[in-house]
Design a binder for this molecule. Structure first.
Ligand SMILES: C[S@@+](CC[C@H](N)C(=O)[O-])C[C@H]1O[C@@H](n2cnc3c(N)ncnc32)[C@H](O)[C@@H]1O
Length: 286
């Protein structure tokens, strides 16, 4: 059973279409199933890993609270009208912690003509390499910014709102700061959630996934509390991780997600929908 699911996963890109994949991405696939939605990148392996083809050593992960990562991003005056996307007015998807950017390139290719995809990455060399890949591969609806999302998301989304609406956000396998004393270094902080909740268009969504259950639970609790009344958890029970991936992501996987599928590791997923103003989220009392 596992072997056949894996072989389908390898075949999946052949069958993927913008509106979803008939094989693995059935809407009711349990989210914690390791193989659910784990598909290969249409761009293959990225060109150069942590070493960026031995040109530059990249740290495995960085402390986001260090001075150097706490600086505001200096956005060009005409961003994103110029220099980001060929059609800047399209709805926007933002991926926070995009690493080398393959997921963003795949999603952009799937969403060509209907959405733009913006990857934010604190390790600037990775974001720059991803931007270079987008140029080289001609993916004109993908862009990357080297920045600490916890410092710069508000400014980036404010600027982006001059063009298209914020349709969706993903936070996938963020750095695992396990220790309680390192909690402040985690990406999912109340301020970040409030920013996302404020900028998402009604009906827009936030998708979170990780393979670390404690972190998944902490992120989910933080999102529920910080965005109570604004974002509704797709699953009422905070211990239910079976929410299906949002349709546009059904056939697009991150690198970490693929490696979890290879290793048969469970993945914990949660989806939150932005409510129209004045509608109760329904889980504030739990
Ligand atoms: C474990 S990797 C996962 C990468 C990718 N999302 C995936 O699923 O394969 C987490 C990424 O988030 C980035 N990151 C961590 N904190 C960040 C922050 N505050 N702002 C932007 N990127 C961040 C890290 O540098 C790293 O590339």
């Amino acid at each position: 059973m596992r072997a056949s699911a894996r072989s389908l996963a390898l075949l999946c890109p052949l069958f993927c279409r913008p509106r979803g994949c008939p094989l693995l991405c059935a809407p009711d696939s349990p989210s914690i199933s390791p193989t659910a939605g784990a598909t290969r990148s249409r761009f293959g392996q990225h060109q150069g890993g942590r070493s960026l083809g031995k040109k530059k050593k990249i740290r495995h992960h960085v402390n986001p609270l260090k001075d150097v990562h706490m600086q505001p991003l200096d956005l060009p005056e005409r961003w994103p009208e110029e220099g980001a996307f060929t059609q800047p007015d399209l709805p926007l998807h933002v991926d926070i912690g995009c690493a080398r950017g393959l997921f963003c390139l795949d999603l952009a290719a799937e969403s060509s003509g209907s959405a733009n995809v913006l990857g934010l990455e604190i390790r600037s060399a990775l974001a720059e390499a991803a931007a270079e890949d987008a140029r080289r591969l001609g993916v004109a609806n993908a862009a990357f910014l080297p920045c600490n999302a916890n410092v710069n998301l508000e400014a980036v989304l404010l600027r982006a709102s001059r063009c298209g609406p914020l349709q969706s956000v993903s936070i996938q396998f963020p750095d695992p700061w396990f220790k309680a004393r390192h909690k402040k270094r985690r990406v999912v902080q109340p301020e970040l959630v409030e920013t996302i909740a404020r900028h998402l268009e009604p009906g827009g969504w936030l998708f979170f996934q990780t393979d670390v259950l404690d972190l998944a639970q902490d992120a989910r609790d933080t999102i529920r509390q910080a965005a109570a009344g604004t974002l509704r958890d797709a699953r009422e029970d905070a211990g239910d991780w079976a929410a299906p991936k949002p349709k546009p992501l059904a056939c697009v996987s991150t690198e970490r997600e693929r490696s979890c599928a290879e290793l048969q590791r469970p993945v914990y997923r949660a989806v939150f929908e932005k409510l129209p103003a004045g509608m109760p989220a329904g889980h504030e009392r739990r």
